[in-house]
Ligand binder design. Structure first.
Ligand code: 1GP
Length: 255
C-alpha cells in the first residue's frame, strides 16, 4: 500500500496545475445541505482536495459529517483537526499538525500523542504538518482556543526559522495560517521569503476572499491555498470556479 498516497497526489497537483486549491468545510458552522452540495460540485469546479475541520464541535457529529462528505465526492477528504477527537476512519488523510509557532504543549505534542494511536487504528494517512499562526489584525478563534501568540506580520526571520525547524523535524508541509475569517491575509512578502528558505511545500489560508487573493498567494510561492469562510456564505459555484482558475497558474497560462 502506498503510505503517502494523498501527499503524493498533492505534490502532483502542485506540479501539474501550478498550485492547488483546497476547500475547507467546517461542519459546525455550515448547514449540512449546503456543505454537502459544496462538496458535491467541488471536483467539477476544479477543487483539488477537501479539508474538514472545526475549532470545536458544538452542533455536529463530526464523524458522520466526514462520512457524508466522502459519499458525495471522489476528491481526497483530509481532516484538518481542531483536536484529536476529530480523527475518524472515513477520511483519506489527516494534516497531522503541530502548532509550532506557539509554546503551548497541548497543541505542540499532547493532542498528537492522544491522536497517533487513533490514526494508526483508522489507517488514514498522516501528513506531518508544521502549523504556524501569523498575526492577522485581530484575535482569531485558533489563537484564542490554542492560547498561543501568532508570529508578528513583519517578522519574516522568525517565520523562516520556524518553517525550517518544521522541515528539519521531518514535516512534509508548512501551513501559514492567518486564522479563519482573518482581517488580513498572510503577507505576500512572508510567503516569498519562507518559500525561498525551505524545501517543503507551503499551504496558506485565512481571510482569502477573492480570485486575486488566491492568485497572488500562489504567485508569491504558496503551493496550496485554503478557502473556508468565503464559501460558507451560500453556494455560488461560478465563484468557486473563479477561485480555482485563479489558483491553477499553469492552467490559466494555457487557457
Ligand atoms: C482557516 O485557513 C483556513 O483555518 C481558512 O480560512 O475560513 O478565512 O477561509 P478562512
Amino acid at each position: 500500500m502506498n503510505q503517502d498516497k494523498v501527499y503524493q497526489y498533492l505534490l502532483s497537483v502542485k506540479e501539474e496545475r501550478g498550485g492547488g486549491f483546497l476547500v475547507l468545510i467546517d461542519p459546525d458552522k455550515t448547514d449540512e445541505k449546503e456543505y454537502l452540495s459544496l462538496a458535491e460540485v467541488s471536483k467539477d469546479c476544479g477543487v483539488d482536495a477537501i479539508l474538514v475541520g472545526t475549532s470545536f464541535t458544538l452542533n455536529t457529529n463530526f464523524t458522520s459529517a466526514v462520512q457524508n462528505i466522502k459519499k458525495v465526492t471522489t476528491l481526497p477528504v483530509i481532516i484538518f483537526p481542531g483536536s484529536f477527537a476529530q480523527i475518524t476512519p472515513h477520511a483519506d488523510a489527516i494534516l497531522f499538525s503541530s502548532l509550532i509557532s506557539g509554546r503551548n504543549p497541548a497543541y505542540l505534542i499532547e493532542e498528537q500523542v492522544k491522536g497517533a494511536p487513533l490514526v494508526k487504528r483508522t489507517g488514514i494517512e498522516p501528513i506531518p504538518t508544521g502549523y504556524m499562526l501569523i498575526e492577522s489584525g485581530s484575535l482569531t478563534s485558533v489563537q484564542y482556543i490554542s492560547h498561543s501568540s501568532p508570529i508578528p506580520r513583519t517578522k519574516n526571520d522568525i517565520a523562516c526559522a520556524h518553517a525550517l525547524a518544521a522541515q528539519y523535524l521531518g514535516m512534509k508541509l508548512v501551513y501559514l495560517e492567518a486564522g479563519s475569517g482573518a482581517k488580513q491575509t498572510v503577507p505576500l512578502e512572508m510567503i516569498r521569503v519562507v518559500t525561498d528558505y525551505i524545501d517543503i511545500p507551503l499551504i496558506v489560508g485565512g481571510g482569502l476572499k477573492t480570485p486575486e487573493d488566491c492568485n497572488t498567494q500562489i504567485e508569491a510561492g504558496a503551493s496550496f491555498v485554503v478557502v473556508g469562510n468565503e464559501l460558507e456564505k451560500g453556494n455560488n459555484f461560478d465563484f468557486l470556479r473563479e477561485l480555482t482558475v485563479a489558483t491553477h497558474l499553469k492552467e490559466s497560462m494555457v487557457v
